[in-house]
Design a protein around this ligand. Structure first.
Ligand SMILES: CCCCCCCCCC(=O)SCCNC(=O)CCNC(=O)[C@H](O)C(C)(C)COP(=O)(O)OP(=O)(O)OC[C@H]1O[C@@H](n2cnc3c(N)ncnc32)[C@H](O)[C@@H]1OP(=O)(O)O
Length: 349
């Protein structure tokens, strides 16, 4: 595999931060745009803001929720600076606000709530939403297919490509088509999509697919240190947080994957082909973490689209651990996505 293809799945490098002070960080790599887009990938901003904030909390605090807004499109040619503001330190919870800047302008902000890792001694009510029958089962190969081969069959085959090319200039350029395939084949995320993912005639309120992260991320948690507020000091904070040394990197990797193939799936709910938008950006992104997400195992994602109007589209995702069948995270995102009229899209396609 070429060095450039290997680099595509190097999440640690893509997200690496250099400290400027205990609460400010600058990116090492330039913040790339996803294939087919102009601005920085939203998942990079969400996950780097989470990584930056992790450098400012003791290692026995885990992210429990994250609420963020994309304020200005990120410039893929400029590094990003993250400032982490401490809003409150409690015994149970820590509140952080992270602001991301490019060219001295605020481009993104997130609020992140951390909760202390609890012993099981006091846990008055336990409940998990679960998918029964999922436990440890592999995705059904009759229903799901690896994304790059499916994309090549369902989008790039000559007869189908001409229909996509009628919808968008993006599909007229052969060089950019190979980038989609490379992203599926060598990128950070590996997908198993339903066979009708790219164009569905099925009326449904729900889309489900499987996703996992290619680079290894440890699930070995450090022995919980009983750090108290008095010990809450930069010296107690790990110097480096990497996929190999900190299981909390699973949250970072999850934040990265959670902004991909989410908003893009909207046409699926309307029996239109994916990629038929004329403009698409995410406006906000919210994650509730229900457990440590094991990102190297298949994650079963269920997406719905409760409301679309005024070019604003709400998508909600529930992510299930396929080993236990239990919910691991919930994600909500509203996007500003502009489509032509349904009639025009169908006529062209
Ligand atoms: C084919 C595969 C495609 C893959 C897509 C993958 C999607 C992945 C999801 C993402 O990662 S999206 C990235 C995260 N989200 C963002 O970066 C959004 C950041 N926020 C904004 O850009 C602005 O807040 C926003 C466009 C949502 C609102 O802008 P406004 O319309 O209120 O302000 P303004 O009028 O100043 O427009 C800002 C820019 O948007 C452009 N814009 C707005 N509406 C547009 C439209 N309808 N068509 C084309 N461009 C439009 C507008 O031209 C202008 O471009 P420039 O900055 O280059 O001048």
């Amino acid at each position: 595999m070429s060095a450039s293809k290997m680099a595509m799945s190097n999440l640690e490098k893509i997200l690496e931060l250099t400290p400027l002070s205990p609460t400010s960080f600058v990116t090492r790599c330039l913040p790339a745009a996803p294939v087919g887009s102009k601005g920085t990938f939203g998942g990079t901003l969400v996950s780097q803001s989470l990584l930056a904030s992790l450098y400012t909390v003791p290692s026995n605090f885990f992210p429990t929720s994250l609420h963020s807004y994309f304020i200005k499109g990120g410039d893929p040619r400029a590094k990003i600076t993250y400032h982490v503001q401490n809003l409150r330190n409690g015994r149970n919870f820590i509140h952080k606000q992270v602001s991301a800047y490019q060219h001295d302008k605020l481009i993104f902000t997130s609020m992140i709530l951390f909760a202390v890792k609890r012993s099981m001694e006091h846990d008055s009510l336990q409940h998990w939403e679960t998918i029964a029958g999922l436990e440890g089962k592999q995705p059904d190969p009759h229903r799901y297919e690896e994304a790059s081969s499916l994309f090549q069959k369902e989008v790039l085959s000559p007869q189908k490509l001409s229909r996509y090319a009628a919808l968008s200039d993006r599909f007229q350029d052969a060089a950019s088509m190979s980038k989609y395939v490379d992203a599926f084949q060598y990128g950070v995320m590996e997908y198993l999509f339903p066979k009708d993912m790219f164009y569905s005639a099925r009326h449904t309120d729900e889309l489900d697919y499987f996703v996992k992260v290619r680079p290894h991320v440890t699930t070995v948690e450090h022995a919980a240190d009983e750090s108290s507020l008095s010990k809450h000091h930069p010296y107690r904070i790990p110097k480096s947080i990497t996929p190999e040394n900190d299981a909390r990197y699973n949250y970072v990797a999850f934040a990265y994957l959670s902004d991909s193939y989410l908003l893009l799936t909207i046409p699926y709910f309307h029996n239109l082909p994916l990629y038929c938008h004329s403009f698409s950006v995410s406006l906000d992104h919210t994650i509730y973490f229900h457990q440590l997400p094991h990102v190297n195992s298949w994650i079963h994602l269920k997406i719905s689209n409760p409301r679309s109007h005024w070019d604003k589209h709400l998508v909600q995702g529930k992510y299930f651990d396929t080993q236990s069948g239990r919910i691991m995270a919930s994600v909500s995102q509203e996007g500003y996505v502009v489509y032509g009229s349904e009639r025009d899209i169908r006529a062209k396609f």
